[in-house]
Design a protein around this ligand. Structure first.
Ligand SMILES: *[C@@H]1O[C@H](CO)[C@@H](O)[C@H](O)[C@H]1NC(C)=O
Ligand SMILES: *[C@@H]1O[C@H](CO)[C@@H](O)[C@H](O)[C@H]1NC(C)=O
Length: 281
């Protein structure tokens, strides 16, 4: 008897007296209103769950002073390393002299084998002063002549000889490394600008002989990210019978990857949890 009583007390759904279970008109009205509210709430929750909300967020970039690494791996099959120079300048007028630059120039033989390396530590310093030099000369024709007459040092002679030899051997150059730049607009050049104009004339004997054919193996911005596609990777520009300047205009957009799946999971959970609550009404 005691066990039966105890068992009975565990009944979670005790039955009401018969007179409490009569159906009435007011009861029906309450039921209809309740069911309508349930249906409306359910549909509302459902549409809320299904709809995609786009959230725009704008915030101040707090990473001031952080630099942007540019990974470069390019091959110039017909330009010896002796004549190739790299320089970079940004919108704030900052030369990449005092930044950590890790650029190597790899000398390539005619068959594409690496036959020597050169580390570039002071990117712009050299190129920039040379530029100034050139500009000064352009202003003053007579000084140009003077320079030409007896301005050629032993170094220049040796350099011309070396470069000509390299050109004759069909040497190429691979520029490889990382350039750390400020995160502002700017540009970098891989060019023969580093050469004194007279030296350049002696080496190439005419601008059309500067063969700037190149292959871009890798040109990427920021930290490496798996699966990212860099639009310029694999670009090949081979010139035949002409010279020129190639300019690539690149806009780098800062993207943050935020996982949103936990948000929709929460919504889903909320929907599931709210379903039984309809029955409680
Ligand atoms: C640069 O690209 C070439 C060609 O794809 C590749 O063989 C070489 O390993 C790359 N250099 C480095 C240091 O990644
Ligand atoms: C420039 O170099 C490329 C690659 O070595 C070669 O295919 C092309 O014929 C050269 N162009 C001229 C004008 O010599």
């Amino acid at each position: 008897m005691g066990i039966k009583q105890a068992l009975k007390s565990l009944d979670a759904f005790p039955r009401a007296e018969d007179h409490l279970m009569q159906k009435t008109q007011t009861g029906a009205v309450v039921s209809i209103i309740g069911l309508s509210i349930m249906a409306i709430l359910f549909l509302h929750e459902l549409t809320y769950y299904i709809t995609t909300y786009t959230v725009h967020q704008m915030s101040v970039d707090l990473k001031r002073g952080e630099t942007l690494p540019i990974h470069i791996n390019m091959t110039f099959p017909s330009l010896p390393c002796d004549v190739v120079s790299v320089d970079a300048i940004d919108m704030s007028g900052k030369h990449e002299v005092d930044l950590d630059t890790n650029i190597w120039k790899l000398r390539l033989s005619k068959d594409g084998l690496i036959i020597g390396t050169e580390y570039i530590s002071d990117l712009v310093e050299k190129g920039h002063t040379d530029h100034k030099h050139d500009a000064d000369k352009d202003h003053d024709e007579s000084s140009v002549q003077k320079h030409h007459a007896h301005g050629f040092g032993q170094d220049a002679e040796a350099m011309v000889k070396k470069a000509k030899q390299a050109l004759a051997n069909g040497e190429g150059c691979r520029v490889y490394g990382v350039l750390d730049v400020q995160r502002v607009a700017g540009n970098f050049h891989i060019s023969v600008h580093g050469l004194n104009i007279f030296v350049a004339q002696q080496i190439f004997e005419g601008a059309t002989h500067v063969n700037v054919s190149h292959v871009i193996h890798d040109l990427s911005f920021g930290p490496k990210y798996p699966g990212i596609h860099n639009p310029l990777d694999g670009t090949e520009r081979i010139l035949r019978g002409a010279s020129g300047t190639f300019k690539y205009y690149i806009k780098v957009q800062h993207v943050t990857n935020t996982c949103i799946s936990d948000v929709s999971m929460r919504e889903l959970l909320y929907l599931i949890l709210s379903l039984p609550s309809f029955h409680i009404c």
